[in-house]
Design a protein around this ligand. Structure first.
Ligand code: NAD
Length: 379
């Protein structure tokens, strides 16, 4: 399979390359040699990823380094630090522990961090990179589909607090992102769908045609047809790279990636974060497509097509979480798109086209329209 590469530009900053392929150990070596130079290299991952791929990653990174470096590192050029997997560990304690490991190991500003794992590792490893010695470079090696199609692009890094998800963080762009789809061979179906749902969301805002690729993917054996999987990731990354490079700090256009998220985040919060993010967004899209239809912006035919795509991924109105519209409306108030106490919604004009009004990508919607949409979709 031919590796596909996308060059991401970052306004006012250094861009980075994104490689998408199968068996990218050589690319990883080359990129680490290019970006790492004489740096000390440290891999950050979680325990589960370490168990599956730790040895493989370390052996791929056995890069002959210049003499002084090799001496300093005691002949072991790369070290790996891992933390326990799971959202509950995406917190300050984990970050502090990793920072102290690095300080203890006398890592300096010449450190290159390689974050290998899902979205949590990318967020935590990227945040450690953003803060260690006032910022050191990092390379992101996403190993989940969600991290490939979504979280590894755009430079958002950070952690959760008791006040909410991603409430402490930064924008810190990687030096490179290497997406090796061989990692996805061990992913359970539910997690493949969780990632696919974010890709579908992206396609619904910007690339209708790509939805037919999703239809072709075997959800149980995504690597059965690696070219289809690669193309889904490529198209999704291409859109996200374009949007995030035009709007680095989420002031405008980047909002389109929030389609389904006003309701999605509300039901994710109401579930106590037990509902996986992709699924919450999937249900959020069912509601927000219905809102777009009720407002007369989206045709009933397109709305029905959206429902059909989600049904194949197991997201159906009958399973929509059973919170009352009042509770959902209240939970939307904490959404980051809320302005002056009024939540905003990304609305669709058609599949692949978001409504842009007066230069704005997210809009207020009357509570009774949201309530009716939630009632209608449950019928
Ligand atoms: N920074 C962003 O822009 C952004 C965007 C979306 C989501 N996120 C964040 O991403 C996180 C979710 O990411 P996620 O869904 O990748 O979850 P995750 O990082 O928790 O990974 C899911 C699980 O899969 C395991 N795993 C990782 N790679 C694997 C592989 N190849 N095979 C088998 N198991 C593997 C992990 O150890 C973990 O247990 C959330 O914290 C979310 O807030 C960030």
């Amino acid at each position: 399979m031919q590796t596909k590469t996308i060059e991401a530009s970052v306004e006012g900053g250094k861009g980075y390359s994104v490689s998408i392929g199968l068996g990218l150990e050589k690319e990883l070596q080359e990129i680490v040699s290019r970006e790492g130079g004489e740096n000390r290299i440290v891999v950050i991952t979680d325990k589960r990823v370490e168990k599956f791929f730790g040895a493989q990653i370390l052996s791929a990174l056995e890069i002959p380094l210049p003499a002084p470096h090799a001496r300093q590192a005691g002949g072991k050029p790369v070290e790996l630090y891992s933390f326990s997997e799971g959202e509950r560990n995406k917190n300050q304690k984990t970050v502090t522990a990793l920072q102290h490991e690095l300080l203890n190991g006398r890592y300096g500003r010449d450190t290159l961090i390689i974050a290998v794992g899902g979205g949590i590792v990318g967020d935590v490893g990227g945040f450690v990179a953003a803060t260690y010695m006032r910022g050191v470079p990092y390379i992101n090696v996403p190993t989940t589909l969600l991290a490939m199609v979504d979280s590894s692009i755009g430079g958002k890094v950070g952690i959760d607090t008791k006040y909410g998800k991603n409430t402490i963080g930064s924008f810190w762009q990687p030096r490179a992102v290497i997406m090796d789809i061989q990692y996805l061979a061990k992913m359970p179906r539910e997690q493949i769908i969780n990632g696919l749902l974010e890709a579908v969301k992206t396609f619904m805002t910007s690339d209708r045609e790509a939805l037919s690729l999703v239809e072709k993917l075997n959800l149980d054996e995504p690597l059965e047809n690696p070219e289809v999987l690669q193309e889904i990731i490529f198209r999704s990354v291409n859109i996200k790279v374009g949007v995030t490079s035009r709007d680095v700090r989420e002031g405008g256009e980047r909002m389109v990636l929030n389609f389904g998220h006003t309701i999605g985040h509300a039901i994710e919060l109401l579930s106590g974060y037990r509902l996986p993010h992709g699924f919450a967004v999937g249900y959020g899209i069912l509601a927000e497509a219905k809102i777009s239809e009720l407002l007369g912006i989206l045709s009933p035919a397109d709305c029905a097509e959206i429902y059909k795509h989600f049904a194949r991924l197991g997201i159906t109105p009958k399973d929509f979480p059973q919170h009352s519209p009042e509770k959902i409306l209240e939970a939307t108030l904490g959404d980051k798109k809320t302005r002056g106490g009024v939540p905003r919604y990304v609305l669709l004009e058609s599949i692949g086209k978001v409504q842009v009004k007066e230069g704005k990508f997210a809009h207020p919607v009357a509570d009774d329209v949201v309530t009716k949409a939630l009632q209608d979709l449950r019928q």
